[in-house]
Design a protein around this ligand. Structure first.
Ligand SMILES: Cc1cc2nc3c(=O)[nH]c(=O)nc-3n(C[C@H](O)[C@H](O)[C@H](O)COP(=O)(O)OP(=O)(O)OC[C@H]3O[C@@H](n4cnc5c(N)ncnc54)[C@H](O)[C@@H]3O)c2cc1C
Length: 334
């Protein structure tokens, strides 16, 4: 098949509460790296109501062109209406690739678009590269319960589409001096195009210290044997100005909410320092950890996390945690 008229690496911006989410910057930064290999322009689509002024943020993060679809009917995400306006634009533009965030919004919209333009979707991507020989994008993601990484390509269909996990890639430095083009795209919509009528928004209780924003994460696993011991992690996180994260079994026990779970079925995190206390280092957990420094404490020297850690401490947490907290307090008081 001849795909020569499919051009551009597109990023569909994630807008919440009238603001562009950080993950959009992460996707644009990564799209720029891909474009450096493929020679494509980087283009972004911004959908919402009263959001035109936000287009410059996307240019600062790396977009060459931003298509703005602005309508009061697009004020809140509506799969049916968003599919109509975005699908229409993409059918006309014929992108080579489209990146969505692997968020509830992106996970709903990406397959709708793939169905509209007839192509596949690679979900929950954690690595991206370009195959030198074919120029195809290689979408990599954990597979088989997280034990292997699967490289997925799309040689037979265009566009190449994927959802990318937030926090997987670095946020590029925004460059306000970058130049780009803003293109207004009329939204041909009436109320009949909406799938749902939104009557009220009840905000979820605000998460305190969300792990995806933390510089320091104090994470614990099944090596912590009681809720009393678990409370020590909160004490330590408070002392260090960090957040508490957990492995899945801990969230299943109800000691932490699901929003604190790190890993394949939890969140991806990118702190400066990640402490893993009593965590074995299963692939399904570690695939969500991208830290500058990993510090592991485990009584089993052979636990997989000890190999992955920058600093590995073989110790029993019953003794280590109280002593470590006392030391941190002593240093703080000094
Ligand atoms: C499809 C799928 C998705 C999954 N998604 C996720 C996910 O998103 N996140 C996630 O975390 N898991 C996930 N899991 C589960 C994952 O496979 C592991 O089972 C889990 O991460 C293990 O948690 P853990 O490290 O706390 O427990 P364990 O593997 O039991 O490890 C406990 C560790 O604590 C150490 N230890 C015990 N006592 C002490 C002590 N007193 N002092 C010091 N060290 C001690 C042990 O040596 C051991 O290494 C998933 C699994 C599947 C199949």
């Amino acid at each position: 098949m001849d795909f020569s008229d499919y051009k551009g690496i597109y990023v569909v911006a994630e807008v919440r509460g009238g603001n562009v989410e950080k993950v959009t910057g992460e996707l644009l930064g990564e799209a720029r790296k891909l474009a450096a290999s493929t020679g494509d322009p980087v283009e972004a689509v911004l959908i919402g109501s009263g959001i035109r002024e936000k287009a410059s943020e996307l240019i600062a993060w790396g977009a060459d062109i931003v298509y703005v679809i602005d309508s009061p009917l697009l004020a809140h995400y509506d799969g049916k209406a968003y599919e109509k306006v975005l699908g229409g634009l993409l059918k006309e533009k014929k992108p080579s690739a489209i990146l969505f965030a692997a968020t509830p919004y992106g996970r709903d919209l990406a397959p709708r678009i793939a169905s509209a333009v007839v192509c596949g979707v690679t979900a929950d991507v954690t690595e991206l590269s370009v195959d030198e020989k074919t120029g195809l994008i290689v979408w990599s993601r954990p597979a088989m319960g997280g034990n292997i990484m699967a490289d997925i390509i799309s040689p037979l269909y265009r566009p190449q589409v994927g959802t990318v996990r937030p926090g997987t890639f670095d946020l590029p430095e925004a460059d306000a001096s970058r130049e780009g083009r803003i293109v207004d795209v009329p939204a041909d919509l009436t109320e009949v195009d909406l799938g749902t009528i939104l009557k009220e928004i009840i905000p979820a209780p605000k998460e305190e210290n969300p792990i995806e924003e933390a510089r320091i994460i104090v994470a614990g696993g099944r090596g912590i044997h009681s809720e009393e011991e678990w409370a020590m992690l909160h004490e330590l996180a408070d002392l260090l100005g960090g957040s508490v994260g957990a492995s899945r079994p801990i969230c299943e026990l109800g000691w932490e909410p699901h929003s604190s779970q790190i890993g394949q079925t939890g969140k991806s995190v990118a702190p400066h320092i990640y402490f893993g206390f009593g965590i074995s280092g299963a692939m399904q957990h570690m695939c969500g950890v991208k830290a500058d420094i990993v510090i592991a404490v485990n009584r089993d020297k052979k636990a997989p996390i000890m190999e992955m850690a920058d600093y590995a401490v073989a110790a029993d947490l019953k003794e280590f945690l109280p002593a470590f907290i006392a030391k941190v307090k002593e240093l703080r008081d000094r």
